[in-house]
Design a protein around this ligand. Structure first.
Ligand code: SF4
Length: 370
């Protein structure tokens, strides 16, 4: 079987075909590739030197269900604080480096779980070799991040005619450099801001080798349009079994990236451990503040594991049906709300719906995970 080809593929009624067979690497304790679940990543909106802001953001991302985080390392001020960040983060931290290979070498020594570089702007093979040596010493992977916004000059004219191939060629060029220096603890990402070019270039790369792939649409956009663009592109890749870890890049609060990635993976059945929250759009019949309850649940429970479906419905029209279909659901009534668990009416709620719902969710997950 050619490297990177799927291990099976007969249609079985599942949305996702067999995952592409890849090597496995580790960011700290989190595996990426092989039989590991598709992990969710995000990135701090602050530079590493803003330690408190970075760690606060990391806490929020962890609570939302993020698996791996990245932080920009731009200069020595960032390096000075990086060790503390790695120590205090509950998730593996990847240092994101551009232009200066020395920052990558220093970051590796500060205890990051991985590096992200773009060999196209890090300064040639000898510098890449030094970065690889530092990563090798620390036993950490390097993500080669090829991006339509920072392509090597020699590929610009090809990019004008065939952008997917130009991005692919850039990734292959980096792969050849890394293999020629004997470093293969690698993850690749090839990202375009065009969703379809993104799909095409990842298809090319996935068919050519068995390295794990980090998928994402770069500069996808503001939250709603960016989420739609990312969902379109990443769904096409995921159903073909391509993608071992992912980021939904959105402008704004990075917690939104985790919410969108979680919904995408759970909808596709790629991650059955992530809670699914359904809620009605509300209308003039609603007796509940569905938006507030469902929004708060989304931020609270996506990091809980065990796979659970929760419904928040505004009224007695579609509410009881959907709430019964879920593991736990509430449906608004003129006097309050009815709570359903495991398809049965459980009790009538008044007042603090969210607290009761969270308590019931935790009870059910504890029973499932015991
Ligand atoms: S469940 Fe009720 S409140 Fe919600 S959209 Fe349907 S009819 Fe409207």
């Amino acid at each position: 079987m050619k490297k990177g080809k799927k291990s099976g593929g007969e249609y079985s009624g599942r949305i996702i075909q067999e995952r592409r067979v890849t090597r496995k690497v580790y960011y700290g304790k989190i595996p990426v590739g092989g039989d590991a679940p598709i992990s969710i990543q995000s990135m701090s909106t602050h530079a590493a030197c803003e330690k408190d802001a970075v760690l606060k953001e990391f806490d929020e991302l962890a609570s939302a269900g993020c698996d791996i985080v990245r932080v920009a390392v731009k200069d020595q001020n960032d390096i000075d604080i990086l060790g503390d960040i790695c120590e205090q983060s509950s998730m593996p931290v990847i240092a994101d480096i551009h232009f200066d290979f020395r920052l990558a070498v220093k970051s590796a020594r500060e205890g990051v779980a991985g590096l992200r570089i773009n060999p196209g702007n890090i300064g040639g093979k000898e510098k890449v070799r030094e970065v690889a040596a530092a990563a090798d010493d620390m036993g950490i992977p390097i993500r080669i991040g090829v991006n339509s916004g920072s392509l090597e000059k020699k590929l610009i004219s090809l990019y004008r005619n065939d952008p997917a191939r130009a991005l692919f060629e850039s990734a292959v060029g980096s792969l050849e450099i890394m293999e020629s220096i004997g470093f293969t603890n690698l993850v690749f990402s090839i990202k375009s801001s065009d969703p379809m070019i993104n799909v095409e270039t990842n298809r090319l790369f996935a068919a050519d080798n068995d390295y794990p792939i980090h998928i994402g649409v770069t500069e996808a956009g503001p939250v709603l349009s960016g989420a739609a663009r990312s969902a379109f592109s990443l769904t096409l890749l995921l159903v073909e079994g391509i993608g071992d870890t992912m980021r939904v890049s959105l402008s704004g609060d990075p917690v939104n990236e985790i919410i969108v990635a979680s919904a995408l993976l759970s909808s596709l059945g790629a991650r059955n451990d992530i809670p699914k929250i359904i809620s009605c759009p509300t209308c003039g019949r609603s007796h509940l503040d569905v938006l507030e309850i469902a929004g708060a649940l989304e931020r609270e429970i996506l990091s809980r594991r065990g796979g659970i479906k929760v419904a928040v419905m505004g009224c007695e029209v579609n509410g009881p049906g959907e709430a019964r279909e879920a593991d736990i659901g509430i449906a608004g009534t003129p006097g309050g709300a009815v709570l359903f668990t495991n398809g049965k009416k459980y009790k009538v709620l008044k007042g603090s719906y969210l607290k009761t719902l969270l308590g019931e969710i935790d009870k059910m997950l504890a029973a499932r995970n015991s």
